[in-house]
Design a protein around this ligand. Sequence first.
Ligand code: GLA
Length: 707
Amino acid sequence: MENAIVHLTSDSTSLIVRCTPFAEILYLGQRLNGFSADDLISLGRAVPNGRIDVDAPVNFSADSGRGSFGTPGVEGHRDGLDWSPVFDTVEVQQQGNQLTIITKDAIAGLQLCSELRLDHSGVMQARNTLTNLKAENYQVTRLAVTLPLPERADEVMAFHGRWIKEFQLHRTRLEHGGVIQENRRGKTSSEYFPAMVIGHHGFSEQQGEVWGVHLGWSGNHRLRADVKTDGRRLMQAEALYFPGEQVLEQGESLETPWLYASYSASGLNPMSQQFHRFVRQQILRFPTNKPRPVHLNTWEGIYFNHDPNYIMQMATQSAALGVERFIIDDGWFRGRDHDRAALGDWYLDEKKYPHGLKPVIDHVKNLGMEFGIWVEPEMINPDSDLYRAHPDWLLALPGYQQPTGRHQFVLDLNNPQVFDYLLERMSWLLGEHDVDYVKWDMNREIVQPGHQGRAALTAQTQQFYRLLDVLGERFPQIEFESCASGGGRIDYEVLKRSHRFWTSDNNDALERQKIQRGMSYFFPPEVMGSHIGNKRCHATSRQHSIEFRGLTALFGHMGIELDPVKEGDAERAGFARYTRLHQQLRELLHSGNVYRVDHHDDTTLINGVVSIRQDRAVFLVSQLAMPAWSLPGNLRVPGLDTQARYRVSILDAPALLANGQPGHTMRKQPDWIQQPQELSGEWLEKAGLALPVLDPESALLLSFERV
Ligand code: GLA
């Protein structure tokens, strides 16, 4: 068979795959320029004593029938038979950087098709598709993608979190027994973002080898980083199935979600930059190629208190601040006066809006803004007309009492009547009104996801995708935000049909610094919704200055979430200032390379964006808590052109500093601040800039412009 060895390359990365007699990834790492298939002789392994007498590969399906004792990539059976498949290659197809390997087990009657792609961004995509070739049904328990990793990949960085504290990082040594991460909440979840970074221990933003992986899937999932007893390492990723959920009839197939992987030889920054480039070029589909409009979202301003005249005043004030898109959040539909009722009744509340939505929308549009609206279609309150008419429309198991979550149940999207009802109601909303933007929410976890008694979470997830796809086709000019209580449904598969994420319901700038940093590993700033919230944060009751809130919101897709009518002049001047600053910087922020800077004091967080042409950069130095040392050290600026010179300036500083006063923790500012400088990119990178001592919960925005 031809194509026994395939070498795919991007600028940074090489992927080498042995296609016969079975599919096996031999190398995923730094690009090789002189590779020859003859060199592979060097990888032929020894066979150790005390175990089976042949080499046991970790092939792409991790077949246990070859004598590998790790978790196999395919688990299932045919009423107790055909449970240990061994897949041999029957066909290899290569088209440019896309490789398809079809393997079969004729005895078990199964085919496994493995697809591998290496994008020029450096991101590898992989998935497996299992097909039942026999007449009897095949029950699939597990279907995973397996990626071998070298022995030096011995530390895992992963994400944990919860509502209002998403994307938190933790690290574990990858030792005996490995690391497993499971999510069974029915959506991507705030708890376990489906990703892991595995690297050589001690890897940091700017140093060390890392392999980052993300499973693009909005349902339940399992990720595993494993060490075999012989020292070899691997990672596996899969959608997680309930018992009996996946039964394949003859000829039917089941696909894993896509696994996305990116390798970097020099820390987490290049890994993220590759993922960002990939998302920008391969995943995101904006209806038009315009700058991301600044939002005003009404939720934390008025909650369920909708009065169209007042909302129009809010819109007028928003436009005066420079807002470009005005979004009416929860509370506009019939009976929705609090969060205990009305989900499912997607009809306008005519008591609140006696003249319809049109006057409000016209007002918003006349002010030159886009109009957006909130929905949560997958949900139903027991106190709703829809539930009273169709109590059987729930995603649930008959005979059991479903617990409510935020007083609501989940609708069964696998029921065509439910799907059609939602499609009709959403089409009414989006077709009869001049809507530019939809904030699509999903505010509970899913318990016992049953359709006609059988487990149906995977199908529910697919129907959710289909609903968004059909709406996207019907209304191609409309953008969608994936919200899910903030942070609960953020992944690459939902991003194929949406345009922004609501990152977290927590607008506390201090918490946001960490949440947004966590999200930045896999997502570029332009899809990360980041809002200036009320001075006293609604999630934490903490208070922050407008400068700290403004600068924290600046580095995403910015918005404001409060009632601008009620705010005083100083706050309003701040909203206008940071809106303008964001508008000046967004082209850079939303297209450049993101850097997170290693710093010796973890009370200081530094991140920045450098333009692709390296002619402009902004870096934000955020002081989260009392500095650990009395001097903060130097900022060594990564990513600049070392041949060029840059004008260094301060774009925004804490109020005291901006007024020429040093602050509480500093007596005299660094020399360069008093006499702005032009410095070389090389010097800035190698020696750096002495930082001023910042007070806790304040930040400094620096600009670098090539001269
Ligand atoms: C969720 C969202 C919020 C808001 C409310 C409305 O919590 O994350 O932003 O839309 O629902 O009920």
